[in-house]
Write a protein that binds this ligand. Sequence first.
Ligand code: CP
Length: 310
Amino acid sequence: MKHLLATDGLDPAVATAVLDTADELKHTLLGREVKKLPTLRGRTVITLFYENSTRTRVSFEIAGKWMSADVINVSASSSSVNKGESLRDTALTLAAAGADCVIVRHPASGAAQRLSEWLAEPGTSVVNAGDGTHEHPTQALLDAATLRERLGSLKDRRIAIVGDVLHSRVARSNIHLLSALGAEVVLVAPPTLLPYGVESLPVTVSHDLDAELPAVDAVMMLRVQAERMHGGFFPSAREYSIAYGLSEKRQKLLPDHAVVLHPGPMLRGMEIASAVADSPASAITEQVRNGVHVRMAVLYHLLASEGAAA
Ligand code: CP
């Protein structure tokens, strides 16, 4: 694997290999006081973030450091991007300075793909840490890792993805990855928050959350992305919460074994009730924990495994 840009088109065998590596790393590090492995000693990983992040940026930094890579964080707001430098010039500068891998988050869909083209010559790997409304592949991989842990396997599992699908790169990456790994995905959303061309995706669509919950193995609540809704929010926050929020009452409709996921950051009380987010069914903290091991595995497959340059 040279880059990780999307789950759309990602070979399920490669995705499974990354998940297996993450699992192995997790068990290797379990209970160890010192987490560092020597695998990426001498390699340089740079995070380049044009949008805010807590989970993704921090877990990539921890992942790189636990693999003994040198990790450097560049945020657009405190770099020469603020003086007008383009994404291309910024990326070429980082590659010239010695980056083996650039992890990029950018508000434009397709930015990570362009970066991988510009960095083909220096041979720098690119990871998409979220590009506009397009994809967030490592989030989908950590969601799949969490679901595998809780449910055993994804094969024929029914997963509901609920809420603002239209603006969600997390939803898009999960749709492709979960279906490639054998799960059945149902999107539950108001018609105004579904993407154009949803019929071409490997999903079924519902507008009735209460009708779907009794038949799912997991429910993935999405963040409402107000920052991408330039024309306002329809339905209103209150209407959304009533129809699509995961309340305590609604949680009771789920089968006992069902898992509750949320990629974060959560709007408690609107997308998900606090009591549900903090309940034993919730795997939200596990998602964050697994994010570190999944990102370690991604860096391993990009920079250290035999197929790294493929
Ligand atoms: N889930 C996720 O991408 O969170 P951050 O925006 O905090 O990285």
